[in-house]
Ligand binder design. Structure first.
Ligand code: ZN
Length: 563
């Protein structure tokens, strides 16, 4: 997913939606964080707020007028936000090297314009009016959600002085090159003084915004509204207790098997055509979107009928292209599934975790599942006979589903990936809570790697310096990757219950029922609800990590029979 762009980096200059992430699971560490594709835009429709019951004609018309004025402001933000996304997309996809400085100025201009509108007196007065009980109670459900959401954003933005926003933007912009140099030199100490400043800024941000319990909650809430350290601690502890011993057991029986066909040379253009074919099968509408593949994978929405996917293709690692295309395609389907009349209330989307659940569902439950490949593997062989004629479906399935502890998060498998995330979460939580000092990060990092994954980085480049997130100021972001994985398992489990013979349909190459079900349950409505409400409504229970851990245990016990 997700992608990071300039606006995404600074919580105070709120992207229209939580943006991309820095670091999709697939984003390479050397790249910019591109946050999840949370599309950041939203295009405004000429909206009129739905008013439930009119008490008096006079009041109603005032309410209508104020509502229209409010929506016009949001439209303005959405136009600017979508133009900023377009500038950012072009910055990643097509811009010539020397064009980036001016582009940075354009994006910074748009970000400050958006901030100014969000924190304007006009916005404040309209929100005050619409939040009054007598007015609020007469709004429709979606408009109520919109007013609540914007009020929260407004309140936060008002607490952050513009000087803080600028200072943070400058610090994280410089931090990126310091981090790159430190990573190249494999020396964490070169990055530590800068990271100390970023941690101090994040703590200050939490103080300015205000929080209950841990200051880290203020950062978490930015990406996953309602999530707290208490909840994450409890969920992640449960995941660790299941996954760590399971991975250890697998490591005891696992033999290093080489699958050389995975690294044969696959024609670049043919790989891109393959990705398009799979995306069409998934239901991605290319009349309302496109795919490119310049740098790191992400998805961004530039308008109601304009969803851009960016994938990553390597000539000697063909599965990586399939996987990143299906991941971004999952984000893209969510974006394309948003009904046009919801664009106006799409301010900020639901959460990074919910968005990520859709990409992970397609990337893992379909793209790493046996059912899909029973159908698609023969087609893959037809496309690449030279490279795959001597490979069986079973070999291919095992090759794409190896469990192997890796130093590098973005290269890790479905099971170990989450331990990478938990490690990062624990470190950043402790930094923000003041229980860990920056200088001690490498030591703690290496100790946890040994404890969770049984391996120790040989240097800081493959240890604490591998991700760009901290340099980009994205504290609070990492946990949403694992939360997204947990959501995806729970949602997919529900899909199997509600769609008769889902796996058989996938085996027959029919992905439409899944798309339809997700469209009805998630894509069309999961924009104005909170993540907790979405999970509860779709799966009829609160977030339950057992669906994910059971899925991992069942799937990989079959691949690696345990004695
Ligand atoms: Zn993603």
């Amino acid at each position: 997913m997700t992608t990071t762009n300039v606006t995404a980096v600074t919580p105070t200059v709120l992207p229209i939606k939580p943006q991309g992430q820095a670091g999709d699971s697939l984003v390479s560490a050397t790249e910019n964080v591109k946050p999840a594709p949370i599309a950041e835009i939203v295009v405004p429709q000429a909206a009129s707020i739905t008013v439930a019951n009119a008490a008096s004609q006079v009041n109603l018309s005032v309410l209508e007028e104020k509502s229209r004025e409010f929506k016009t402001l949001i439209e303005e933000i959405n136009y600017l936000g979508s133009l900023s996304s377009l500038a950012n997309w072009d910055n990643d996809v097509f811009i010539p090297d020397k064009g980036t400085d001016y582009r940075g100025q354009q994006m910074s201009y748009l970000a400050s314009k958006i901030h100014t509108i969000k924190t304007s007196d006009q916005m404040g007065e309209l929100l005050k009016f619409l939040k009054e009980d007598s007015n609020f109670n007469r709004l429709g459900k979606e408009d109520k959600a919109l007013v609540k959401k914007i009020f929260k954003i407004y309140e936060k933005a008002k607490k952050i002085p513009l000087s803080f926003v600028e200072e943070e933007a400058e610090l994280t912009s410089k931090a990126n090159s310091v981090w790159k140099a430190a990573r190249k030199a494999k020396n964490f100490n070169d990055f530590a003084p800068t990271l100390e400043k970023i941690v101090a800024m994040k703590r200050k941000y939490a103080d300015l915004i205000g929080y209950e319990g841990s200051p880290y909650n203020a950062l978490l809430d930015h990406y996953e509204p309602g999530l707290t350290t208490d909840k994450v601690d409890r969920i992640f502890e449960g995941v660790k207790q299941k996954l760590i011993p399971f991975i250890r057991k697998i490591n005891q029986v696992r033999k290093d098997v080489d699958y050389p066909f995975m690294h044969r040379t696959f024609d670049h253009k043919k790989q891109l055509d393959l990705s398009k074919d799979i995306l069409e099968l998934m239901g991605f509408d290319f009349t309302r979107g496109r795919i490119d593949e310049p740098t790191h994978p992400f998805c961004t929405t530039l308008g109601p009928d304009d969803v851009r996917l960016v994938t990553r293709i390597h000539d000697n690692d063909f599965y990586s292209g399939i996987s990143s295309s299906m991941h971004e395609g999952g984000h893209g389907l969510y974006e394309q599934g948003m009904p046009p009349d919801l664009f106006n209330v799409n301010f900020e989307g639901a959460s990074m975790g919910i968005h990520e659940s859709q990409s992970r569902l397609y990337e893992n439950f379909i793209g790493k599942g046996k059912s899909f490949w029973k159908y698609y593997f023969p087609k893959l062989q037809e496309r690449f006979p030279e490279q795959l004629h001597d490979v069986t479906l079973d070999e291919f399935y095992k090759a794409i589903n190896q469990i192997k502890s890796s130093m590098i998060r973005i290269e890790s498998d479905e099971a170990t990936y989450n331990l990478h995330i938990i490690l990062r979460y624990e470190i950043e939580r402790d930094l923000i809570e003041g229980r860990l000092e920056v200088k001690d990060i490498p030591q703690v990092w290496n100790k946890k790697m040994e404890e969770y994954l049984g391996i120790t980085p040989k240097d800081d480049a493959e240890g604490a310096l591998q991700d760009v997130h901290w340099a980009a100021g994205l504290f609070g972001y990492f946990p949403t990757y694992t939360i997204g994985n947990l959501y995806s398992a729970q949602i997919y489990n529900q899909a199997k219950k509600e769609i008769p013979d889902l796996e058989s349909k996938i085996e027959a190459g029919n992905l439409k029922p899944l798309r339809k079900w997700l469209g009805e349950k998630v894509h069309s409505i999961a924009w104005t609800e909170t993540p907790d409400e979405i999970i509860q409504r779709v799966t009829k229970e609160a977030l339950n990590p057992d669906y994910f851990t059971k899925y991992i245990e069942n799937k990989f016990s079959e691949i690696y029979p345990l004695a």
